[in-house]
Design a protein around this ligand. Structure first.
Ligand SMILES: Cc1cc2nc3c(=O)[nH]c(=O)nc-3n(C[C@H](O)[C@H](O)[C@H](O)COP(=O)(O)O)c2cc1C
Length: 195
């Protein structure tokens, strides 16, 4: 799920005729105006959780898809499972059901690529024909997945994939927090050296 900037609600005082109309509309008007700021506040609160940035790629029925996500989560080591949460409103949503997919974890220099698959097209990306799903060239890490399960989650669906192939390269990571991209420098030692 993406968090948008925490916009403040428009709260100008209604004129006299509008006051009467608003009163007549009663509770419905009040509940609508009360909900919007709550949603903005919810998005803003979620945005305080810093994440990486990934692109889910897969071949749909008629075309190749990519969708930028920050809802990537590791789920299980045995079997190796990962999860992405996809909004029902996206074109990718229905197409992803039951299909193999790749999760491409982006490096710090790949912001343009992130926006390309978030509705702001840029230069054509370079593709790699993976073993089970198409993926993107030169990403920081990738996980090629076979479909494992899909669970309804409100206005999103949680797609779990069983990881069949994976790898990573060195480099700084792209991160997303407070509605902006940022860089996480590569540490001197990888996690696997620490454990
Ligand atoms: C940083 C970032 C993170 C995002 N995370 C998600 C996400 O986790 N799930 C989701 O459904 N959309 C997410 N989006 C929004 C989709 O990338 C965007 O709606 C996309 O244009 C949908 O493409 P489609 O309708 O062509 O499938 C994110 C966007 C950005 C920029």
């Amino acid at each position: 799920m993406i968090s948008k900037p925490n916009e403040s609600a428009a709260t100008s005082a209604p004129s006299a005729p509008n006051q009467a109309r608003a009163k007549a509309q009663g509770a419905a008007v009040r509940s609508r105006s009360a909900l919007a700021p709550r949603e903005h506040h919810f998005r803003g609160s979620l945005g305080r959780y810093a994440t990486g940035v990934a692109i889910v790629t897969f071949d749909g029925m008629t075309k190749r898809h990519g969708i930028t996500v920050n809802s990537f989560t590791s789920v299980s080591m045995d079997p190796p499972l990962v999860l992405v949460s996809i909004a029902r409103s996206t074109k990718a949503h229905d197409e992803l059901a039951g299909r193999p997919f790749a999760v491409n974890i982006l490096g710090a220099e790949q912001r343009t690529l992130a926006m390309h698959f978030a509705g702001r097209p840029g230069p054509d990306p370079l593709w790699v024909e993976g073993e089970v799903a198409p993926r993107l060239s030169n990403v920081l890490a990738y996980f090629e997945c076979r479909p494992w399960a899909a669970y309804p989650g409100g206005d999103h669906t949680l797609y779990l994939g069983e990881v069949a192939h994976f790898n990573y390269r060195s480099g700084d990571a792209l991160a997303f927090a407070n509605s902006t991209f940022t860089t996480i420098p590569q540490g001197q030692r990888g996690m696997e050296d620490v454990l």
